[in-house]
Design a protein around this ligand. Structure first.
Ligand SMILES: Nc1ncnc2c1ncn2[C@@H]1O[C@H](COP(=O)(O)OP(=O)(O)OP(=O)(O)O)[C@@H](O)[C@H]1O
Ligand SMILES: [Mg+2]
Length: 503
């Protein structure tokens, strides 16, 4: 019996079974990857383990003893710690205060606990060193990078003596370098006897970091694998029930004409971007590659008018004079934000309302909403993006994380804009849908749309783009046309290497 044993776990939401007799086990000192398509039930299984949801059936054992969690606090007491994708750090508190949140080491003065600040910092430093990290415990967390914040969360888990740490898509917003740092921390934790459950949509990570793999499909177990004995093909087969021949489409350039849909000159955003220039033609996909923090996110926000910029932007010959999203939209720009949780999903609205938010006026003819058209359009995108739901009228917040993301994608894909600015469009999206999105982009470009693909996923940028700009430190440090540069050259530049091979 494993240290953690989950047996025949059952869970339903309003009568729909989302976990159907799922088995899962984990030993101390091992990393188990939990895989499955968007909506397969991964987060739900984890939320049952963390006491966030009650289960409708099945049993959970930790260290041979049956447990019945009625709240997250009870699960925490048994040494389970979940690090959710939305990090739960307090930006204004210091690193040390975050680590010891809720149980600051205290000495007693006439029976009253007094927090010993010195000791807090000493112990925080010890924990961070255990993780091999050189982070100053006295700085406010807001000053740290995302990966350093994650390390703080992990240190907090250790401070609470976690034996089981769950990470739900921890690398979605990390750069390559930061992922390596996280993996080093995970290996160290494993060697110290912590059991780790690792959820991801990036299969290459599974092979790098896990010892075993458990796959869910439609709320059921669909495979148990030793990582060393399995392959990409087997995992994909277990996840989606069929094999995939290729992840990236072989796309031929579909540049239609020399007509420039987007002209950007000396585009600057104070502190983030310096004098970036490019043009985008009809039917062209321009890839902008950069690591997290390179400025790609700010470039995306700025191009859509969500951040004030300096410089000149023209959309199909019209000057983008006032940086406002409403102006951007009226000029024919569409925008898929990277941070879809914050900037995309409106949790209280239904899926249908979320999808049609950006395209509402096109259904308004003669003053009334053409409801049937609108609903058909929503259904069409739900089908194309394989969004898993019961009804397009259910609140979007009851969808799995990845399916919520897809609904935001659908919102902008449904608008027929001239130019689509897509930031990290495949983040948090499962492999099957990833391929669907690539084909949709290819298709949109073929119909003449111009697409700016801003992404920190290099293989995807290389496969889709007609032209690639590399951003580093807020500057364009390289520009290549398709096939001109390889992965190594581009990564080298993105990481601050100096020998720019520009033309
Ligand atoms: N609070 C809820 N109310 C109703 N349905 C829910 C709720 N939470 C999850 N579900 C449903 O349960 C199913 C499993 O969702 P879950 O979040 O576990 O998927 P997941 O495997 O984590 O997917 P993703 O990769 O997209 O994060 C989905 O169909 C989802 O719509
Ligand atoms: Mg999830």
């Amino acid at each position: 019996m494993g240290y953690l044993e989950m047996q025949k776990i059952v869970k339903s939401f309003s009568g729909v079974r989302v976990l159907d007799e799922v088995d899962f086990s984990l030993d101390r000192g091992e990393v188990v990857a939990l895989l499955g398509q968007n909506g397969a039930g991964k987060s739900t299984l984890i939320k049952i383990l963390s006491g966030f949801y009650g289960k409708d059936g099945g049993r959970i054992f930790i260290n041979g003893e049956e447990v019945h969690f009625r709240s997250p606090a009870e699960s925490l007491r048994k040494g389970v710690r979940v690090i959710y994708q939305e990090l739960e750090v307090f930006p204004d508190l210091t690193v040390a205060e975050n680590i010891f949140m809720g149980d600051l080491p205290a000495t007693r003065f006439i029976g009253i606990p007094v927090t010993n600040r010195r000791e807090v910092y000493v112990r925080a430093r010890e924990l961070l060193e255990l993780l091999g990290e050189d982070i100053d415990p006295e700085v406010p967390v807001r000053r740290l990078s995302v990966s350093a914040k994650q390390v703080v969360e992990i240190a907090r888990a250790l401070a609470k003596k976690a034996n089981i740490i769950v990470m739900d898509e921890p690398t979605a917003t990390l750069s390559q370098k930061e992922v390596e740092r996280l993996f080093a921390v995970i290996r160290r934790l494993r060697d110290q006897g912590v059991g780790i459950i690792y959820i991801t949509h990036r299969l290459e990570e599974v092979f790098t970091i896990s010892d075993r793999v458990v796959v869910l499909r439609d709320g059921k177990n669909s495979g148990f694998f030793g990582t060393r004995e399995t392959s990409w093909r087997d995992l994909v087969q277990a996840m989606i029930g069929r094999t995939l021949e290729e992840l990236y489409p072989k796309r031929a350039s579909s540049i239609r004409s020399e007509r420039v849909l987007l002209r950007v000159e000396n585009f600057s955003i104070p502190k983030y971007l310096e004098s970036v220039s490019f043009t985008l033609r009809e039917g062209e996909i321009l890839g902008v590659f950069g690591l997290v923090g390179s400025g790609i996110n700010e470039l995306a926000l700025g191009l859509f008018g969500a951040l004030p910029f300096k410089g000149r932007v023209e959309v199909d010959g019209m000057v983008f004079a006032r940086p406002l999203p409403s102006v951007a939209k009226s000029l024919g720009l569409g925008f898929i934000p990277a941070d879809r949780k914050q900037e995309g999903v409106i949790p209280e609205l239904s899926v249908a309302q979320n999808v049609t938010l950006a395209s509402l006026e096109s259904y308004c003819r003669g003053g009334f909403l053409r409801l049937r058209d609108e609903r058909n359009c929503v259904r069409e995108w739900v089908r194309r993006l394989n969004i898993r739901l019961r009804s397009i009228d259910q609140p979007i917040k009851s969808l799995s994380g990845g399916n919520q993301q897809k609904a935001v994608l659908a919102r902008w894909l449904a608008t027929n804009s001239k130019v689509l600015i897509a930031a990290e469009p495949t983040q948090g999206v499962d492999v099957g849908t990833r391929i669907d999105i690539y084909h949709i982009f290819d298709d949109l470009a073929k119909r003449g749309m111009g697409i700016v693909l801003l992404s920190s996923d290099l293989p995807e940028v290389l496969a889709l783009s007609d032209k690639i700009i590399v951003l580093e430190g807020g500057k364009a440090v390289g520009c290549f046309s398709k096939g001109e540069a390889d992965e190594r050259t581009i990564l080298y530049l993105a990481m601050g290497g100096k020998e720019a091979v520009t033309h």
